[in-house]
Design a protein around this ligand. Sequence first.
Ligand code: 1HN
Length: 362
Amino acid sequence: MNQPAIDTKAHRDAFYRRIAKANMTPLWELMSSLVPHQPQSPCVPAIWRYSDVRPWLMESGALISAKEAVRRVLVMENPGLPQSSAITQSIYAGLQLILPGEVAPSHRHSQSALRLIVEGSGAFTAVEGERVTMHPGDFIITPSWTWHDHGNPDDPSNPKDHNNPKDDNNPGAQPVVWLDGLDIPMVRFFDCGFAEDYPEESQPVARSDGDAQVRYGNNLMPIDFQPSTRASPLFAYPYARTRETLHQLSERGEPHAVHGYKMQFVNPADGGYPMPTIAAFVQLLLKGFDGNAYRCTDGTVFHCIEGQGSVVIDDQPIAFAEHDTFVVPSWSAHRLQANADTVLFSFSDRPVQRALGLWREH
Ligand code: 1HN
């Protein structure tokens, strides 16, 4: 008979302590947490209401300049991931402010970034020699290792905005706020991050505003186009077009029972995701929409571009309004409801999970 001795636990614990000194642990004590039957994310549901956050952002504008800060951002950290600067296990998110007359100096890094403009018009982001003017709801990418800087010119010679033909006299004198999303935790996980400052504050302008839109944004491509990276050569997706598409869709058919009218942002060169590490989506929920429950393995950051409603995450309802940002953890059942016509932007690490054959939805 192989009856365990009464003091088995004491024997085992003593053994564990001895081998711990040599940096070893017994797998059998950890197995189920290392290989859970389903995702057990430490990430929790959370919301950042713009009515709370905006005053703090403006306060930060008086405390430090964009130049001194390099990027004046209030980071949205998941309460389940303290000290991580992460909103999900793989994604970083923050709200950035640039005041009239300010410049956020040029640099590049391995981390890929996206912006979703929250309020204000007239600021620009420059990506690899091309400036694009920002308007609320615009989606802009700065792919890995591309030089990028931001500016909010306050002079009237502010360049005309080609994405907005009505904008002949760009005011450019408003605080501009946007949501930043980066793959910082992923790059940290792989320990593969590099960064470099540009020798000057702003990179030289090599092409006129709207160049990428003309070349890649009209279902056409230059005949000699050779992709040099997996990121989209189209780096700005103006909200005016996105919004029109969503509303036209809503006139052409029934909404999806979970997602309403939902589209993904694509790289026009290959039909894939705009950047290899981050997927981005936009969806219209008409007033009164009450969606079915859904879950997927990519923890997702949502931002309400317009409208208001609620998200019920694991039976916990969270009301959201215009400009609020909330996070749904991996594999958390959630359903969306709209009290007004509502447009939600969202982003996640889905391209990485899919590339690795790991992504699931239900
Ligand atoms: C960055 O470069 C930006 O370019 C925003 O606006 C946030 C967070 C960490 C590291 C680099 C930007 C960032 C960042």
